[in-house]
Ligand binder design. Structure first.
Ligand code: URA
Length: 209
């Protein structure tokens, strides 16, 4: 490999007298910066009551991105998405259909927990959307699986009941979006697990196409 001196000497020989330095930001750098921005964000009131910001987790080059609603109690304590019962069920079901957990990224619409797990407010969703948008732009997944009605509405603009939308394929700036039931719903309605597994199999085949 040539040293920087060799390279500069080569260009000097060509008559180049001045070179401007440029900063090359890697995806990791940009994610780190964005995470820090989210940790200091005051665009809505949730920063006042959160414990930790839950920015997102997984591979920055993931083929599949999951988008949930908002951190719950366990996520708020640990600063990591889907670490509670719903998350454990999600990971188990991914294993059941053979989706590679190293090739996923998990984020939420809201990066801070709403008090007592109340539903996200419209203003909070709008305030936080910029972070999710940027995460999607950087990762450029092949498929986004939206978990529950909030992320489904944000990325598909569809307001129909999830029962009508789940398993269908929508488009978000050229990325396939497949709405899924939220894993917390599956905990309350275990009969819907088979439907969820069918939808995950559909996602798996989209990833393999
Ligand atoms: N529910 C969500 O929507 N997101 C989490 O991170 C945890 C539970």
């Amino acid at each position: 490999m040539k040293s920087i001196i060799d390279i500069l000497t080569f260009y000097k020989g060509l008559g180049v007298e001045y070179m401007r330095s440029i900063n090359i930001h890697t995806k990791e750098d940009i994610f780190r910066q964005l995470k820090q921005e989210a940790e200091h964000c005051r665009r809505c009131e949730l920063y006042k009551t959160k414990t930790k910001t839950v920015f997102g987790e997984g591979s920055f080059d993931a083929s599949l991105m999951f988008v949930g609603e908002a951190p719950g109690k366990d996520e708020d304590i640990q600063g990591r998405p889907f670490v509670g019962r719903a998350g454990k069920l999600l990971r188990q079901l991914l294993d059941d259909v053979g989706i590679d957990k190293n090739d996923i990224y998990i984020a939420n619409c809201l990066k801070c927990r709403p008090p007592a797990n109340r539903d996200p407010l419209p203003d909070e969703l709008v305030a936080c959307f910029g972070f999710l948008k940027k995460q999607i732009e950087l990762i450029k997944p092949k498929v986004i699986a939206t978990l529950g009605r909030y992320s489904t509405y944000e990325l598909t603009n569809q307001k129909a009941a999830l029962g009508m939308l789940r398993g269908r394929v929508f488009d978000y700036h050229g990325i396939a979006v497949v709405p899924l039931y939220h894993p917390a719903y599956l905990l309350r309605n275990p009969k819907a697990i088979d439907i969820f597994l069918d939808d995950l199999k559909k996602i798996k085949s989209l990833l393999e196409q």
